[in-house]
Design a protein around this ligand. Structure first.
Ligand code: ZN
Length: 227
């Protein structure tokens, strides 16, 4: 195996298309996927470490992981097409402010309506935007505050409903216990798929808007199995 000629011809068909990415500063190997769903073996560029890994083995060992992540990308493909403008570049400050205001208005009304349906009293609660790249929403009983992502108005209607139900359910259940999920499921039966999809959408939006915090090439990565 030469540094420039990785032979991926032995790869199973279902893993293709695939490529090799060499990275300085890593010692281990990872299986990775870019935003288009192309698989990659992410290997250390240092030849000392590189010689320990076979990219075909790295990818074959993560075949099921690759299939699942591709499935997650495929599940939001329609939304991705529709939002392709927004996903291609960071939004400017004006656009962010407009989206934050629209998100706050929408989630405020949505959460208050759903709270009544769920038998919760949140009249004295604050509903705010949460910013940044980390969480899509949070709930603080101590501060009587619910927060929803500043870009949440960009998620489809049913995903916004799920988001509101999720955070409202934290008022009764602080954790992600069985009881919590059964409460979520009562008001949002499709929560399992909606949850996965909203995470993927959020991740795609964050990757476009916080380029310093996210890898430009890689969407997902996972450590390769040890031999
Ligand atoms: Zn939660």
């Amino acid at each position: 195996m030469s540094l420039y000629g990785f032979d991926l011809s032995r790869l199973s068909e279902e893993i293709k298309p695939a490529r090799v990415i060499l990275r300085p500063g890593i010692r281990g190997a990872y299986a990775a996927l870019d935003r288009e769903g192309t698989a990659a073996a992410l290997l250390p560029s240092n030849p000392l470490f590189l010689s320990r890994f076979d990219p075909v083995e790295v990818l074959e060992g993560k075949k099921r992981w690759i299939k699942n992540r591709r499935g997650e990308l495929a599940a939001v493909e329609g939304w991705r097409q529709a939002a392709s403008d927004l996903l291609a570049r960071p939004m400017d400050a004006k656009e962010r402010r407009r989206l934050a205001a629209a998100s706050l208005k929408d989630m405020n009304e949505r959460a208050r309506t759903l709270a009544r349906l769920m038998g919760l009293s949140i009249d004295d609660w604050r509903i705010v935007n949460c910013h940044g790249a980390s969480r899509i929403g949070w709930c603080s009983a101590a501060e009587k505050t619910l927060a929803f992502h500043m870009f949440s108005c960009l998620f489809p209607e049913e995903h916004r409903g799920y988001l509101a139900v999720h955070e409202l359910s934290h008022i009764r259940h602080f954790d992600h216990s069985k009881a919590f999920w059964s409460e979520v499921g009562r008001y949002c039966p499709d929560y399992k798929s909606l949850r996965k999809e909203i995470k993927t959408m959020h991740y795609l939006l964050c990757r476009a808007n916080f380029p310093a915090r996210f890898d430009r090439e890689i969407m997902y990565f996972a450590p390769a199995h040890k031999k």
